[in-house]
Design a protein around this ligand. Structure first.
Ligand SMILES: NC(=O)c1ccc[n+]([C@@H]2O[C@H](COP(=O)([O-])OP(=O)(O)OC[C@H]3O[C@@H](n4cnc5c(N)ncnc54)[C@H](O)[C@@H]3O)[C@@H](O)[C@H]2O)c1
Ligand SMILES: CC(C)[C@H](C(=O)O)[C@@H](O)C(=O)O
Ligand SMILES: [Mg+2]
Length: 362
């Protein structure tokens, strides 16, 4: 009998619905080939949810997600909602979803595919062979620390406040995920902080160092975040696994994305201690190209592959999707963001068709 999975789809805003449609088509084909059946339920998040319900994360969405085996998200946000107060914005819905599902570990792989070396803005010798995993803490740090808000001072001036805070337990649990990830990969872990300035980072460094005693097979190093940003661009191949806090991970993963040619290529997995994981591209809703059939759907499709691998324990299905992506790139198919001379320029839908064809021929 076919294995059945309940998948919540959150297409969100901007290019979200366009790239989600491609991922769903791909999942259906792979499902048919491997006798997996997916029961898709669409739910509202972000701007789309604000327009329909005035909340960026309706209760019903959180409930639907909790009751599923995995959640596939495209992206949220856009100019239309940029002037709303913070707690009503699309981004607040996404943060609420991550917190609501307890997704403290965000895995963001950045691997350059040989076909895309020329699409990178860096030199071939710098990026060829780049293959790293950024493990970003996702439900703590300055995104969630208290106090936060805009407060009035005694002189009547406004003062914006956010607090970067981590407990030992929060550091240890993300640290364990990172050491275990490094163990399965190249055996090297670089922890990124700002321990020369921030107390919270000193605690982070101390705990990660202590934890390393339990993982003698993993070589641990530390970098300050400013130096890490520089090293990522200067000599990215030195990195295998990186572990860092919420804000530093947000910034460094966008930088790592560009090493690989385009942010339109990078998937991510967000996992908790139990319950469904959330799988989403690293990029946003790209409002500048929304509705124009120009978006690269590959980060979304690769996020569906991560969902199969990390969320549903279906590595063969994940391999099949990743192989199809390599095949279309081998054929020379490119969306605008990864275009280079002599390649075939395709729109989002045509790229989806090419993927389906590759899968059907496999
Ligand atoms: N996880 C998410 O849902 C998520 C992540 C990041 C940003 N956002 C939100 O998205 C909105 C836009 O943010 P931004 O412009 O800073 O970042 P963005 O990632 O949406 O776009 C940055 C640049 O990359 C391009 N780009 C992104 N994805 C692409 C794709 N798949 N194919 C081709 N080009 C692509 C865009 O056209 C743009 O030029 C904001 O509201 C932001 O808060 C959401
Ligand atoms: C949209 C925003 C809340 C989000 C973040 O900062 O985590 C995004 O930039 C990301 O990287 O997923
Ligand atoms: Mg980001």
């Amino acid at each position: 009998m076919a294995q059945n999975y309940r998948i919540t789809l959150l297409p969100g805003d901007g290019i979200g619905p366009e790239i989600m449609a491609v991922a769903v088509d791909v999942l259906k084909v792979v499902g048919k080939q491997l006798d997996l059946s997916f029961e898709f339920t669409e739910a509202l998040l972000g701007g789309a949810a604000i327009d329909a319900t005035s909340s960026p994360l309706p209760d019903e969405t959180l409930l639907t997600c909790r009751n599923s085996d995995a959640v596939l998200l495209a992206a949220i946000g856009g100019y239309k909602w940029d002037n709303l107060p913070r707690h009503q914005r699309p981004e607040t819905g996404l943060l609420g979803l991550r917190a609501g599902l307890g997704l403290f570990a965000n895995l963001r792989p950045a691997k350059i595919l040989p076909q895309l070396v020329d699409a990178s803005s860096l030199k071939r010798e710098v990026v060829e062979g780049v293959d790293m995993m950024v493990v970003r803490e996702l439900t703590g740090g300055i995104y969630f620390g208290q106090p936060k808000g805009v407060f009035e001072t005694e002189t009547g001036e406004k003062r914006g406040v956010n607090t970067m805070a981590y407990t030992e337990a929060e550091i240890d649990r993300i640290g364990r995920v990172a050491f275990e990830t490094a163990q399965k990969r190249g055996g090297k872990l670089c922890s990124v902080d700002k321990a020369n300035v921030l107390e919270v980072s000193q605690l982070w460094r101390d705990r990660i160092t202590l934890l390393s005693k339990e993982y003698p097979g993993v070589e641990l190093s530390h970098l300050y975040v400013d130096a890490a940003a520089m090293e990522l661009v200067r000599r990215p191949k030195q990195f295998d696994t990186i572990v860092t806090g919420n804000l530093f991970g947000d910034i460094l993963s966008d930088a790592a994305a560009m090493l690989t040619g385009s942010i339109g290529m990078l998937p991510s997995a967000s996992l908790g201690a139990s319950g469904p994981g959330l799988f989403e591209p690293v990029h946003g809703s790209a409002p500048d190209i929304a509705g124009q059939d120009k978006a690269n759907p590959l980060a979304q499709v690769l996020s569906a592959a991560m969902m199969l691998r990390y969320g549903l324990n279906q590595p063969t299905a994940a391999d099949k999707i990743e192989q199809a992506v390599l095949q279309v790139l081998d054929k020379g198919d490119r969306t605008g963001d990864i275009m280079s001379e002599g390649m075939n320029l395709l729109g989002c839908r045509a790229m989806g068709d090419s993927l389906i064809q590759a899968l059907e021929e496999s």
